[in-house]
Design a protein around this ligand. Structure first.
Ligand SMILES: [Zn+2]
Length: 112
């Protein structure tokens, strides 16, 4: 698959870490956007919701969005999501995360 270098606009193979033209680190580039994903409102079990979250985060890290907004609801899924995010942050898979102000049912995850 091809991605576009946001710095110089060159089309680059998505397995490359650096743009061959301008040498920018592709994994750190983002367009400042946020993707919203609802992982807890279709009757998911906790394990299903966590699986969905991991898939969305993996996918989004390859994309150009800066953040992913997870709609987690207020129950057990939310608690488990926060535990997993702490682990991901420790492993530097994500930069940071925080509960959305004024809406505890959503968590904002900074990817880049
Ligand atoms: Zn470039």
């Amino acid at each position: 698959m091809q991605v576009i270098c946001l710095d110089c606009g060159m089309s680059v193979d998505d397995y490359m870490d650096y743009c061959p033209k301008c040498d920018n680190e592709l994994g750190l580039q983002h367009d400042g956007s946020t993707v919203t994903v609802d992982i807890a409102h279709h009757g998911e079990r906790v394990s299903e919701a966590l699986e969905k979250m991991q898939k969305e985060i993996d996918g989004a890290r390859k994309g150009v969005a800066e953040s992913i907004r997870l709609v987690v609801g207020s129950g057990l899924i939310r608690d488990e999501v926060l535990l997993v995010l702490r682990d991901l942050q420790f492993r530097a898979d994500i930069k940071s995360f925080e509960s959305e102000s004024g809406n505890a049912g959503a968590v904002l995850v900074r990817l880049k």
